[in-house]
Design a binder for this molecule. Structure first.
Ligand code: NAD
Length: 484
C-alpha cells in the first residue's frame, strides 16, 4: 500500500486535506492513496513555479538540454518499475506499459535536442535603416492536466516540451492513475531538475484542476482529456491565457477493395483493441468496400477472438488487460446494447472473459458489431472501450462522407494499395492525422493535434515545442549617418 505525497517546490508534501484511494482495476484492490491538494497546496505549487521561472528560463538551452537528457536516462533505467506501477493502477499489460515508459524517455531525449534549435530570424524592412529581429521566449507557468489512458506519455509531451522551452509547470495527473506520474516526478528530481520547476498536485478535476486553470499565475493551460471538459475549461477561464486542448476522437478506418486485406485486418484489430480501445485515436468505426466486406469480417473476428485478455501484472504479454474503471466498461456495454438493438450483428466478443480471476476486475472481450449505421452510438460517439462498429460502403466518396460525418477530427486511417485512392483519402479526410497502410499515426518528430471538437494546438515535433514559446518582434532603427 503506497501512501503517496505531492511534489511542491522540490519537497514531498503530505496531505493537508483528504486522501483518495487508487485501485487496481484488474483486481478491485486498493493499492495506495494520494493527497487531495488543498487550495493552499495548489497556490504554493503555482508560486513555486513562478519563482523558479527566471532561473530556468534564463539558462542557456544547452544547460536545459543536459537536464532533459539526464531525465531521459533515469526514466529509461526505471522503465520496468514505472511500467509495473502503471499496470497496477491503469490495467494495461506490463509490456505495453513499459513500452509507454520507453517512449516517455525518448520524448525527453527528443526535446533535449529541440531545446538547442530554437532560433529566430531577421526580417528585412522597407527601409535599410530598420531591422526586425524575431526571437522566442518561454510562455511562462504552465498548468498541465491529463487523463488516465496514457498516464506517462501525455504528461511527458507537455513536460518535456515545456521544460525545453524554458517554462515551469504545475501538473495535475488523473485521479485514477496518479502513482506512476508521481514516480516520474521522483525521476525528474533525481536527474537534478531544480526545485519548483516542475510540481505535481493530486486530486479531482472539479476542485484541484479547476482551481489550477482559474489561477491568474497560470500563463498557459495544456489540457488533454474529454471534449466536454475541454469545452468547460475554455468557457470557464476568466482571463486571457494560452490554451491547448487535446480532446476526444471518433476515428474511422476505411478499407478499400484495393487494400492488402491481411495487413488491414491486423492494423484494424490492433488499433481497435490496444489499451482496451481506451485511446483517443482508437479505431471506433470501420468502413469496408462491399466486394471485400465478408472476407474482412471473417478474418477480423478470427483475429480478435485469438487475442489474450488477462491480468496485465500476471501476464505482461497479454493483448488486453483490464479496463481502467467501471466507466469505460459501462459505456462499452451500453454502446453494444444500443447497436444490437438497432440491428447490428455481433461477430466477436460481446461479454467479459470467463473465469473466477476476472470477476473482481473490469474486463471485457474484444468486441465487434457488423452492418452498423449512423443511428448507432458506436458509430457516432467515442466508446473508449474494446468495441468497434463495422459497415460496408459502395463508393470511396461514400466512405469519406461517412468518415467525416462526426464532430471530431483527431485521426483517420485507411488501407489501400492504390495511389489515386491514397491521394484522395489523404486530401479529403478532415482530420489532424491521416495514417495510410499503418495504424500508428503519431511519432514524436511530427505534429499531432485535433480539429473540430478534438481540440486546438499540437503536441509532438518542433511545432509542439513552439506551443510553449511566444514570438517577440524587436524592431531596431539604425543610424548609418552616425558612423564616421
Ligand atoms: P476527462 O476530461 O474526464 O479528464 C481529464 C483530466 O481533466 C483529468 O485529470 C481530470 O481530473 C481533469 N478535469 C476534469 N474536470 C476538470 C475541470 N473542471 N477543470 C480542470 N481539470 C478537470 O477525461 P478522461 O475521462 O480522464 O480521459 C478520456 C478522454 O481523454 C477521452 O475523451 C480521450 O479521447 C481523451 N484523450 C485525448 C487525447 C488527445 O491527445 N487528443 C489523448 C488521450 C485522451
Amino acid at each position: 500500500m503506497i501512501a503517496a505525497k505531492m511534489l511542491i517546490d522540490g519537497a514531498w508534501v503530505d496531505s493537508r486535506g483528504a486522501r483518495i484511494e487508487v485501485i487496481n482495476p484488474a483486481r478491485g484492490e486498493v493499492i495506495g492513496t494520494v493527497p487531495v491538494a488543498t487550495p493552499e497546496d495548489i497556490d504554493e505549487a503555482l508560486r513555486a513555479a513562478k519563482s523558479a521561472l527566471p532561473d530556468w528560463s534564463g539558462r542557456p538551452p544547452a544547460q536545459r538540454a543536459a537536464v532533459l537528457n539526464r531525465i531521459a536516462a533515469v526514466i529509461a533505467e526505471r522503465a520496468e518499475d514505472l511500467g509495473r506501477q502503471m499496470t497496477a493502477e491503469q490495467g494495461k499489460p506490463v509490456n505495453e506499459a513499459v513500452g509507454e515508459i520507453s517512449k516517455l524517455a525518448d520524448t525527453f531525449a527528443f526535446y533535449a535536442e529541440e531545446a538547442t534549435r530554437v532560433h529566430g530570424e531577421i526580417i528585412p524592412n522597407t527601409s535599410n535603416a530598420y531591422q526586425s529581429l524575431v526571437t522566442y521566449e518561454p510562455v511562462g507557468v504552465i498548468a498541465a492536466i491529463t487523463p488516465w489512458n496514457y498516464p506517462a506519455e501525455l504528461i511527458g509531451w507537455k513536460l518535456a516540451a515545456g521544460l525545453a522551452a524554458g517554462c515551469t509547470l504545475v501538473i495535475k495527473p488523473p485521479e485514477l492513475t496518479p502513482l506512476c506520474p508521481l514516480a516520474i516526478m521522483a525521476c525528474l528530481q533525481e536527474a537534478g531538475l531544480p526545485p519548483g520547476v516542475a510540481n505535481m498536485v493530486t486530486g479531482s478535476g472539479a476542485r484541484v484542476g479547476q482551481r489550477l486553470i482559474e489561477s491568474p499565475l497560470v500563463d498557459k493551460i495544456a489540457f488533454t482529456g474529454s471534449s466536454a471538459v475541454g469545452l468547460h475549461i475554455q468557457q470557464s477561464i476568466k482571463d486571457i491565457k494560452s490554451l491547448s486542448l487535446e480532446l476526444g476522437g471518433n476515428s474511422p478506418l476505411i478499407v478499400t477493395a484495393k487494400a492488402d486485406l491481411e495487413a488491414a485486418v491486423k492494423g484494424a484489430v490492433r488499433r481497435s483493441f490496444r489499451n482496451c480501445g481506451q485511446i483517443c485515436i482508437a479505431v471506433n468505426r470501420i468502413y469496408v468496400a462491399e466486394p471485400v466486406y465478408d472476407a474482412f469480417l471473417e478474418k477480423f473476428a478470427a483475429t480478435a477472438d485469438a487475442l489474450v485478455v488477462d491480468d496485465g501484472l500476471d501476464n505482461p504479454a497479454a493483448d488486453l488487460g483490464a479496463l481502467c474503471s467501471q466507466e469505460p466498461l459501462g459505456k462499452t456495454e451500453a454502446h453494444l446494447a444500443d447497436a444490437v438493438d438497432k440491428g447490428a450483428r455481433l461477430i466477436c466478443g460481446g461479454a467479459p472473459p470467463e473465469g473466477a480471476k476476472f470477476e473482481s476486475g473490469f474486463f471485457f472481450r474484444p468486441t465487434a458489431v457488423a452492418d452498423c449505421t449512423h443511428d448507432m452510438l458506436v458509430m457516432t460517439q467515442e466508446t473508449f472501450g474494446p468495441l468497434v462498429g463495422i459497415a460496408p460502403f459502395a463508393t470511396l466518396k461514400d466512405a469519406v462522407r461517412l468518415a467525416n460525418d462526426t464532430p471530431y477530427g483527431l485521426a483517420a486511417y485507411a488501407y489501400t494499395k492504390d495511389l489515386d485512392e491514397m491521394r484522395y483519402l489523404s486530401r479529403h479526410l478532415d482530420y489532424g492525422s491521416v495514417a495510410v497502410n499503418t495504424v500508428d499515426p503519431g511519432i514524436i518528430n511530427a505534429p499531432y493535434g485535433g480539429r473540430k471538437q478534438s481540440g486546438i494546438g499540437v503536441e509532438h515535433g518542433r511545432d509542439g515545442l513552439f506551443e510553449y514559446l511566444h514570438a517577440k518582434h524587436i524592431r531596431v532603427c539604425f543610424d548609418e549617418d552616425a558612423i564616421s
